[in-house]
Design a protein around this ligand. Structure first.
Ligand code: CAA
Length: 256
């Protein structure tokens, strides 16, 4: 597929996906979801890519779902639009490789939901977060009600959802919604450095630690621990043996 909204750049095993629809502050429309589905499929089969970064152009990461597209929808169409976004964001979460949100500006509504579907969030000091849907007489539609409380706790989640308050990056950090706040100009360099650091680890271990952690959050502690033990074992006589031998032999591991 031809990409109009998404731009893909690759560098040293890292895929950078840039959302570029600045006139609408990168608002999420149907075309975005089609392109994002295609981009997830494309990057997923790029064997040399270990980490993906998502960011936006201009002053927004994403200012939400496209209000102009939504305004005339019927209830049935509204539900379908919600399910489309939920499906895409779930696919993003299910990617084997880690996905980092490099939040460069407004991450509101669907934009905050997109950031939350990434594995973690690095924010520019200029970033702003919020779920302002109730201002529009709406609620989040891309599983924001579900992810926000899991990431930031029920009180923080309901505070943001009910007040529609737009918070600064430092406040998002305090709530646990964001993992790091960096100088605006250094955002991409910081994200690339984090991505390259991850890319240098055991590649199978990176995929497994993401899968086990995420699957564990969707099941219970005992089932998650069982899965952890199984996957832990698969790394022996495998990548884990090389990593442990390298440690004992005081050399860098050769992951091949
Ligand atoms: N959808 C469609 N267009 C949007 C948009 C959105 N979510 N957000 C901004 N735009 C458009 C504006 O309409 C404007 O277009 P025009 O130049 O053609 O008038 C352009 O982007 C620039 O926006 P502003 O002039 O408003 O820029 P600003 O700097 O004054 O304000 C802002 C920035 C505070 C982010 C403001 O644009 C804003 O409040 N946007 C809407 C945020 C919002 O409510 N998001 C939630 C959407 S609902 C949702 O996301 C539901 C869901 O979960 C599925």
């Amino acid at each position: 597929m031809d990409f109009d909204i998404l731009k893909l750049e690759t560098e040293e095993g890292i895929a950078k996906v840039v959302i570029s629809r600045p006139k609408a502050l990168n608002a999420l429309n149907t075309r975005f979801f089609q392109e994002m589905d295609a981009m997830i499929a494309k990057v997923s089969v790029m064997e040399d890519i270990s980490v993906m970064i998502i960011t936006g152009v201009g002053k927004a990461f994403v200012a939400g779902a496209d209000i102009a597209e939504m305004v005339d929808k019927t209830p049935e169409e509204g539900t379908a639009f919600s399910k489309t976004g939920q499906h895409t964001f779930r696919s993003l979460e299910k990617m084997e490789i880690p996905v980092i949100a490099a939040v460069n500006g407004f991450a509101l509504g669907g934009g905050c939901e997109l950031a939350m579907a990434c594995d973690f969030r690095i924010a520019s000091e200029k970033a702003k977060f919020g779920q302002p849907e109730v201002n529009l007489g709406l609620i989040p539609g891309y599983a924001g009600t579900q992810r926000l409380s899991r990431l930031a706790g029920l009180g923080n989640s309901l505070y943001l959802l009910l007040t529609a308050e737009v918070i600064a990056a430092e406040e998002a950090l305090r709530m646990g919604l964001v993992q790091k706040v960096v100088e605006h100009e250094k955002l991409m360099d910081e994200c690339l450095a984090i991505a390259k650091n991850i890319a240098a680890k055991g590649p199978a271990a990176i995929k497994k630690v993401k899968a086990v952690t995420r699957q564990g959050m969707l099941t219970n502690f005992d089932k998650g621990s069982e899965l952890e033990a199984e996957q832990f074992g698969t790394l022996f006589k495998n990548e884990g043996e090389e990593g442990m031998r390298a440690f004992l032999e005081k050399r860098k591991p050769n992951w091949k």
